[in-house]
Design a protein around this ligand. Structure first.
Ligand code: SF4
Length: 157
């Protein structure tokens, strides 16, 4: 059975910037977990960041793809530049996709790493814009299909 990458926070692991999880209570998640199909990943922890850590947003246009191309940065609310850690984490998740054979990923929407349709605009003002996070952009570029937590039915089909 094909493996599916999933954001660790969606399984309730306390890996978010605020050291909390955002558990997804859904029968498909329970089924895939029981089948051993889920590969939990937190790109920001894989990139070497701790939990808790400063809340981060992508500064500059183009979202995660622009970060990967060196045209945008990932900044913390404290003014620190976290770009290198975010790119390193994305690369580690891609490596895990290769080693596990996963061609699908369920990633947490709105995160500067995991968002696949919506991210924040980089001004730390809770303003949402269309765009992908760094890991979602890298996975999509490399042929891994990325879905958000509201698209489980599409993953199952
Ligand atoms: Fe969840 Fe992704 Fe943020 Fe890690 S980087 S806490 S997996 S949204």
């Amino acid at each position: 059975m094909q493996k599916i990458l999933i954001s660790s926070c969606l399984l309730g692991e306390p890996v978010r910037y605020d050291a909390k999880g955002t558990p997804l209570d859904h029968e498909l998640i329970r089924l895939w977990q029981a089948q051993g199909r889920l590969v939990a990943v937190c790109p920001e922890l894989l990139g070497g960041l701790p939990a808790p850590r400063p809340c981060c947003e992508i500064l500059g246009e183009g979202g995660g793809a622009a970060v990967l191309a060196g045209r945008a940065r990932v900044m913390g609310a404290d003014g620190s530049d976290f770009t290198a850690a975010f790119i390193a984490g994305a690369q580690m998740v891609l490596e895990l996709a290769h080693t596990s054979g996963a061609r699908l990923a369920i990633l947490k929407e709105r995160s500067p790493s995991c968002g696949s349709h919506i991210i924040y605009d980089g001004r730390f003002a809770s303003r949402r814009i269309a765009g992908s996070g760094v890991t979602a952009a890298l996975l999509e570029r490399e042929g891994v299909q990325v879905f958000c937590e509201d698209e489980l039915a599409a993953v199952a089909s």
